[in-house]
Design a protein. Structure first.
Length: 125
């Protein structure tokens, strides 16, 4: 494997970009979990998931989101309910639809824009 990594510059660059992106995501998520509210973190997470899936419809349960954010399902339900009442998302069983991306971004923490901009830089290089 190391030989292929050393010999193939395309593979090497791809793996290094992936590793860099993964480390930035882990670092930013750790900082986010320490300093931002659950509602801000949920907003960031929904936007990152939307970007990765390229869809405003996310097939996820509150339980799955709670595990990913390290919190209780009931807390996710409360935070998502506030977002729904604000017209940012629409919830149904096992599905969250983002209705207002710019509004959701304004409500979420700055971590989303940091992650989004990092991915864009990697894609353009």
């Amino acid at each position: 494997m190391y030989e292929e990594f050393r010999r193939n510059p395309f593979l090497r660059d791809l793996l290094l970009k992936y590793t860099n992106s993964f480390l930035v995501q882990i670092s930013q998520s750790s900082i986010c979990n320490c300093y931002h509210t659950l509602q801000e973190r949920l907003g960031r997470w929904l936007l990152v998931a939307r970007d990765a899936l390229r869809s405003d419809v996310l097939l996820l349960t509150h339980d799955v989101i709670a595990r990913l954010l390290g919190t209780r399902r009931a807390s996710v339900t409360v935070a998502a309910g506030l977002m729904q009442r604000a017209g940012l998302i629409k919830m149904s069983r096992g599905q969250i639809t983002i209705l207002d991306g710019p509004g959701l971004e304004a409500m979420s923490c700055e971590c989303y824009s940091i992650l989004r901009d990092h991915v864009r830089r990697l894609q353009s290089s």
